[in-house]
Write a protein that binds this ligand. Structure first.
Ligand SMILES: Nc1nc2c(c(=O)[nH]1)N[C@H]1C(S)=C(S)[C@@H](COP(=O)(O)OP(=O)(O)OC[C@H]3O[C@@H](n4cnc5c(=O)[nH]c(N)nc54)[C@H](O)[C@@H]3O)O[C@H]1N2
Ligand SMILES: Nc1nc2c(c(=O)[nH]1)N[C@H]1C(S)=C(S)[C@@H](COP(=O)(O)OP(=O)(O)OC[C@H]3O[C@@H](n4cnc5c(=O)[nH]c(N)nc54)[C@H](O)[C@@H]3O)O[C@H]1N2
Ligand code: SF4
Ligand SMILES: [Mo]
Length: 635
């Protein structure tokens, strides 16, 4: 059977799965041109995840205090009618907008991701305004190109150089990294940390955090002032080039070198070689989750244009139109959108009385966990969590509904990195119900007979494929289909690549990317990037391979009398955690690192006890996890 790894991962691997003697066996689909039949270390363990003894088998209803983890088992009938009654009661008492559906990309199957939204649209409930992940960069690229959709990675075969900028691709986009290798591209990395990607790159530019905007502007200045840019391309396609040229005149390369920590010769080397090799840039999601993230992406995205690329960046990919699955047409009122990063505030203000969570584990993944947990404990909100496991979020629920896995249902998935849509067929049935099945049960219990709430997976998939000019028969045969690219335009007000961004000016930003030094109230900047063996919080409980160490530069440790392996307290205005230290030169002085989003219920803490819930307001309330500062002391 064809499967698709539905994790929130660039690669969206096509898989082949089968059941032998009651066990699931999964391998990569060798025919898929991007994912090419090999699995990342997380994908290789999917059978362990599928068969995990920790999977929820029956619904649970809360008995003790919220968050205490005391539940009683219930039948599906009882649990679903309780949820339906609460929905009705909430609408009667507080109105439909007091219901919030909180979902994210725990499973990226088109039906599984969108189908529950149909019910909540039908009920005119509130929805999230997603800001947790790639938001600042999305806005920034819209400012410059009018779209965040960049290069088809298969086009890399015609390129010489790829720069991984603020992305740890060897861990987070393994198939992309291997594709660049296969095509023989030169690989560079720009990162604060000497990551596994940096270690495998031909050149590594280790930069101080939050200074990317200045680094990119400095490179731009050198390219322009040495006339290394593609003058014909720029004349035809760029808006505001002369003003930009004047703007970078004022940039002092000694200042750039001092602020970024990169030697002037290295900055020049970057500029000259990048221009000569006409590099493309994979702009990471990770590094833009910072107060400097939006301006940084804006500045970086100008570089490929300077060397004559139409869309010479990789960020997002949108291939098929999936809106039919979501069913916004079922609404009769426009949706109230709640900024994702402000969940705790909205709960505290009593604006949300009923929270339906699926495909997400916000009590691991959202910042400022102490605030969120307090808000939940003190409010009279009713919380339903639909998940495969008793996650930290499920522990705070009133009703927990067991979900099944993507091996247990029909679906399709597209990718935010490449142009393939892949088929996912059911191979087995163990426990729980799919997001669609639960939605159907709820619709029934609510007495709703709208046919869109009862459509089957196959009906929805066929309709979406047809709308997008793709064949169901062909997909069933091959397991994946490439969505071809139509001729593209810059979707900016001028119809050009806006070095002078009119859209940014409208939001009160400077027309050109601006550098502002950042400083926190504590001395060390805490980065919390992705970990190799988890996908945000997923797999902590099933693979049990985590790395809870605080990574620290020996110089910072020495100043604090800390030695390798010492137990320390990491603290700031949001909270405190205890863990052991690993000293490493991979992390520069002034920066410490903890990997993101382990389970508090398993480990006792999670980095998000410390991370800031501030947002980048001018970039649509994007998250800024990395703009967190802490102090560390030996205990
Ligand atoms: N193994 C694994 N893969 C994943 C995930 C996972 O949890 N684990 N999560 C998935 C998700 S949800 C996402 S969004 C993507 C994220 O994929 P990536 O973008 O690769 O994510 P991160 O590792 O968070 O961040 C990338 C890098 O940004 C660097 N960085 C931080 N601040 C700065 C800065 O100021 N400047 C520069 N230049 N670099 C900086 C960090 O050191 C880090 O190495 O990965 C997806 N894939
Ligand atoms: N400190 C720090 N925190 C971060 C980040 C960071 O860089 N640093 N990164 C942020 C980013 S980029 C992201 S995208 C977010 C992600 O944060 P979340 O959206 O919370 O993602 P996950 O931790 O993957 O949780 C997904 C949940 O969905 C469940 N699930 C999986 N499949 C299904 C299914 O079919 N049905 C149902 N009902 N449930 C299912 C999983 O078991 C899991 O509990 O985290 C953010 N958190
Ligand atoms: S996590 Fe990503 S790379 Fe690994 S198997 Fe899944 S889609 Fe592929
Ligand atoms: Mo993400």
């Amino acid at each position: 059977m064809f499967s698709v790894c539905m994790r929130d991962c660039y690669d969206t691997c096509s898989l082949v799965s089968e059941i032998k003697n009651g066990r699931l066996f999964v391998r990569g689909n060798p025919k898929h041109p991007i994912t090419r039949g090999f699995l990342c270390p997380k994908g290789a363990l999917l059978s362990k995840w599928f068969h995990s003894e920790e999977r929820l088998k029956v619904p649970l209803i809360r008995e003790g205090e919220r968050g205490a983890g005391k539940f009683r088992e219930a039948s599906w009938d009882e649990a679903i009618s309780l949820v339906a009654d609460k929905i009705k009661e909430t609408i009667e008492k507080y109105g439909s907008e007091s219901i919030l559906v909180y979902n994210y990309a725990g499973d990226r199957g088109v039906v599984n991701f969108y189908f529950p939204m149909r019910l909540f649209h039908y009920l005119n409930a509130s929805f999230l305004d997603y800001g947790i992940c790639d938001r600042a960069g999305q806005e920034a690229l819209k400012d410059v190109y009018g779209t965040a959709v960049g290069l088809d990675p298969e086009e890399l075969k015609n390129q010489n150089l790829i720069v991984y900028w603020g992305i740890n691709a060897f861990w987070t986009n393994l198939h992309g990294f291997m594709l660049a290798k296969k095509y023989g591209l030169e690989i560079w990395a720009v990162d604060v940390v000497r990551t596994e990607t940096a270690k495998r790159s031909d050149k590594f530019f280790q930069i101080k955090p939050n200074t990317d905007v200045l680094f990119a502007l400095g490179i731009g200045k050198i390219i322009i002032e040495n006339e290394l840019y593609d003058a014909d391309f720029v004349r035809e396609n760029v808006y505001g080039f002369d003003e930009f040229k004047n703007y970078v005149k004022k940039i002092d390369l000694d200042f750039v070198s001092k602020e970024t920590g990169v030697e002037k010769e290295q900055i020049e080397e970057f500029a000259f070689e990048y221009a000569e090799k006409r590099g493309v840039i994979h702009i990471g999601y990770g590094f833009q989750r910072s107060l400097a993230g939006g301006e940084a992406v804006r500045a970086i995205s100008l570089l490929p244009a300077l060397v004559g690329h139409e869309f010479g960046f990789i960020y997002d990919m949108k291939t098929i139109d999936k809106s039919y699955a979501e069913g916004t047409f079922l609404r009769t009122k426009p949706a109230r959108r709640i900024p994702q990063m402000k969940l705790a505030e909205y709960i505290e203000n009593g604006k949300i009385k009923f929270l339906y969570i699926y495909n997400s584990n916000p009590l691991a993944s959202l910042p400022n966990q102490n605030h969120l947990r307090k808000a939940l404990k003190e409010s009279d909100i009713f919380v339903v969590v639909h998940d495969i496991f008793l996650t930290d979020t499920a522990i705070f629920a009133d009703v927990v509904l067991p979900a099944n896995t993507f091996f247990e249902r029909l679906d399709i998935a597209d990718s935010y990195y490449h142009r393939y849509v892949a088929l996912n067929e059911p191979v087995a049935r163990l426990y729980g119900k799919s997001n669609r099945e639960v939605t159907v049960m709820l619709a029934k219990a609510l007495g709703i007979d709208n046919p869109y709430l009862y459509e089957t997976e196959e009906e929805i998939i066929r309709k979406i494929l047809k709308q997008n000019g793709l064949s169901w028969e062909e997909l069933k045969k091959k397991g994946f289909l490439k969505v071809s690219e139509k001729p593209r335009k810059y979707l900016t007000p001028s119809g050009k690549i806006e070095f002078y961004s009119q859209r940014a000016v409208k939001r009160g930003l400077s027309p050109f990317p601006e550098y502002k030094p950042l400083k926190g109230d504590y001395p060390l900047q805490l980065l919390s990037p992705t970990y190799r063996m988890t996908i945000t919080s997923q797999y902590h409980n099933t693979y049990e391979i985590i790395d809870p160490h605080l990574y620290m530069n020996p110089k910072d440790a020495e100043e604090r009398g800390i030695k390798n392996g010492d137990l320390v307290e990491v603290y700031n205005e949001y909270g405190r955690i205890k863990t052991t230290v690993k000293l490493t030169e991979d992390v520069p002085k002034g920066v410490v690192l903890l990997y993101k989003a382990f389970w508090i219920s398993k480990l006792g803490w999670n980095v998000n006890i410390l991370t800031t819930d501030r947002t980048l307001e001018k970039y649509a309330n994007a998250s800024v996890y990395h703009s967190t500062w802490v102090e560390v002391r030996k205990i």
